[in-house]
Design a protein around this ligand. Structure first.
Ligand SMILES: Nc1ncnc2c1ncn2[C@@H]1O[C@H](COP(=O)(O)OP(=O)(O)OP(=O)(O)O)[C@@H](O)[C@H]1O
Length: 243
């Protein structure tokens, strides 16, 4: 394991996501709070990146920018060569639906829908027919080991199982990138391990690009690369390569 400065780690090869001079501040009353200041770094295709750092250091902000949920004040964010900061809001929403799979800490499943219906939901925005949607949702659920739970409601599933349904929902549209914000934050150690092993498999065996925010070193150890966003010096990132 080596520790190196981010600028030395940039190879330029097979870059999927490129942040260039990205800054973001929030306004709190009359005060402007800078969160990200001139951040430049790349995420390669098929990367599994864990983003760590102290509370309030801007991890979720950065994830939201990469996912097109939020826009920077300055700088460009290119995903697959397309600068998403230039897209108007309506186009950005379409871009997100087609390119980003979200995994949240508290699963965000629809309580009145079954596991299968939850996974099918993002496909209702596509032109796929009913049969095709169902087949894809079933396949996604089988990839997370839940073929025998398709008809269960979220309330009939454990936390770990609910998060696996959420992962199936995130991959069912075949997105360009999976973003996960504290995906194991609400899980016991065993369920967390199962969820992380599924994410690892999606990355290693299926070439999924994953960006995961986590506080947990055990969770981060499942990634291929760990970056730490440091409070105080917001543009400084430390990278640990785990390969
Ligand atoms: N919508 C918002 N309006 C105002 N301030 C915000 C907003 N979102 C985030 N912030 C502030 O920006 C800073 C970074 O927040 P962010 O959620 O990105 O940090 P984080 O590293 O993910 O923290 P945590 O680990 O606690 O989730 C914090 O000081 C937060 O209070």
């Amino acid at each position: 394991m080596t520790l190196l400065h981010i600028s030395e780690a940039r190879t330029g090869e097979d870059v999927l996501i490129a942040l260039s001079d990205v800054s973001k501040s929030y306004r709190r009353g009359a005060q402007i709070v800078p969160v990200l200041a001139g951040l430049t770094f790349d995420i390669r295709r098929k990367e599994f990146l864990a983003l760590m750092g102290p509370s309030g250091s801007g991890k979720s902000t950065m994830l939201n920018l990469i996912a097109g949920i939020d826009s920077p004040d300055q700088g460009s964010i290119k995903v697959g060569g397309e600068d998403i900061t230039l897209l108007p809001e309506a186009e950005l929403a379409d871009w997100r639906a087609a390119n980003v799979g979200f995994i949240f800490q508290f699963y965000n499943l629809m309580p009145v829908l079954t596991a299968l219906e939850n996974v099918e939901l993002p496909l209702t925005l596509t032109s796929l027919g009913r049969r095709e949607r169902r087949d894809r949702a079933q396949l996604a659920l089988s990839l997370v080991g839940l073929s025998d739970r398709v008809k269960h409601l979220p309330s009939e599933l454990s936390g770990g199982q609910q998060q696996r349904v959420a992962i199936a929902r995130a991959i069912v549209t075949d997105p360009t990138v999976l973003v996960a914000d504290e995906p194991t934050g609400d899980l016991d150690r065993q369920s967390a391990k199962e969820v992380l092993e599924i994410m690892q498999r999606l990355n290693r065996d299926m070439g999924r690009t994953i960006v995961m925010v986590t506080h947990d070193h055990r969770a981060a150890a499942h990634a291929k690369r760990i970056m730490s966003l440091e409070k105080g010096d917001l543009s400084y990132l430390v990278e640990q390569r785990l390969e």
